[in-house]
Design a protein around this ligand. Structure first.
Ligand code: 13P
Ligand code: SF4
Length: 373
């Protein structure tokens, strides 16, 4: 179902009320039992933003790049139960063998940023670019946070996928093949990466999918190196320069690390920037007693604070925490239900990409995997 803005509305998965009556201990016991019954038939992949009560069951955890690689290398299992969001489960389906079944415990676990670009909008933008920039070779690059259909669009049009951990390498690859990049759906990752590569801000223009138009003059479009889709992450957009100034004022020894989905101003005000996996690595390698303000989803920050009690770890946004509402939809109750159904022989919430989309999305993803290694 799509609303008037073209955003796909995916309703959540209703599970029997009885699951909500269970205590934490009962849920844990039943998840453990179902997982044990399934044994090696099932592998649980968990994104770093999952809450502690879910991530404890993951066989492997990662950022979206690592999870994509795991889907490729760990897919000897018959079932992948994906504790993350819909685009990640689709990616796992595309990269794993055709017979591997990917399950998302709550189909309502989407990504509001991924919903900011759909096929019709990208097709419209692409046609508009062909008309306005005749003779120009434009390479489409989609952030991993997008539907399989958009990854397929990139596969079919000489483009690729990127994640927050490999965006620079993918953009370099794209500039070797074309003179401009169309980057969707996250304007911030695109701008932050372009800026780091030395592309002047005036050569990064905006395409607004809601109005179907470029927010620049014809001349600016002609001179542009990157055309940025006007999408954003509602979680990361909440971090501000004022919060960074407050941290600097109150805690002069505190370091700031943020995800590249934050705005350019916030990224420039931080000490470090990187994917969720990178953030974890930097914190792990930091000395005892160090102090950190982190600009990313709150579940990961809580976990890092819990695991590194010898360090002071807080959210950059202070008490105004930024949860990813859709990641939260993978509740212990949904996980328990999906595993118990599977253990009883019923596949629920199968995420399956159609054959044609799978083929071309696979091309775009494999290009990324080959470039990023
Ligand atoms: P990572 O690839 O860094 O885990 O990011 C995924 C994501 O959705 C961040 O909002
Ligand atoms: Fe999407 Fe933002 Fe949630 Fe990441 S944190 S899954 S980009 S809404």
């Amino acid at each position: 179902m799509a609303d008037e803005l073209g955003v796909t509305l995916q309703s959540g998965t209703r599970i029997p009320d009885a699951y909500y009556m269970l205590s934490d201990a009962q849920l844990d016991e039943r998840i453990r039992a179902a997982k044990a019954k399934l044994g090696e038939q099932v592998v649980l992949l968990g994104h770093h933003y999952q809450g502690a009560r879910v991530i404890q069951w993951a066989d492997f955890t990662g950022d979206s790049f690592r999870l994509a690689r795991l889907a490729l290398t760990r897919s000897n299992a018959k079932y992948i139960v994906f504790c993350g969001v819909h685009f990640m489960a689709e990616t796992a389906d595309v990269l794993s063998p055709e017979e591997t079944v990917v399950i998302l415990p709550d189909l309502g676990a989407g990504c509001s940023m991924a919903d900011m670009a759909n096929e019709r909008q990208v097709d419209d933008c692409w046609s508009e670019l062909a008309e306005r920039l005749p003779g120009s070779k434009i390479i489409p690059i989609t952030y991993m946070n997008s539907t399989a259909a958009l990854k397929a669009f990139c596969g079919e049009n000489d483009g690729a996928v990127c994640t927050s951990s490999n965006a620079e390498g993918i953009l370099k690859w794209a500039f070797e093949r074309g003179d401009k990049i169309l980057f969707f759906p996250d304007q911030h990752l695109g701008r932050n990466t372009g800026y780091k590569m030395g592309i002047p801000l005036e050569q990064m223009v905006i395409y607004n999918p809601l109005f179907g138009d470029f927010e620049c003059t014809d001349e600016e479009l002609k001179n542009a190196k990157i055309i940025l889709w006007k999408g954003f992450c509602s979680v990361h957009q909440k971090f501000t320069v004022e919060q960074e100034e407050e941290v600097r004022r109150l805690y002069p020894d505190m370091k700031i690390i943020v995800h590249p989905e934050c705005s350019l101003e916030v990224v420039l005000g931080a000490d470090y920037v990187g994917s969720t996996e990178h953030i974890i690595k930097v914190i792990e390698e930091s000395p005892a007693g160090s102090q950190w303000a982190i600009g990313t989803e709150i579940n990961l920050i809580h976990r890092l604070a819990e695991e590194h009690k010898d360090k002071l770890i807080v959210s950059l946004s202070g008490p105004n925490v930024c949860p990813c509402a859709t990641m939260y939809r993978i509740s212990p109750q949904h996980l328990c239900w999906a595993l118990e159904q599977l253990a009883a022989g019923t596949v629920v919430n199968h995420v399956q990409v159609d054959r044609e989309t799978r083929k071309w999305a696979g091309v775009a993803l494999e290009r990324m995997l080959a470039i990023a290694k």
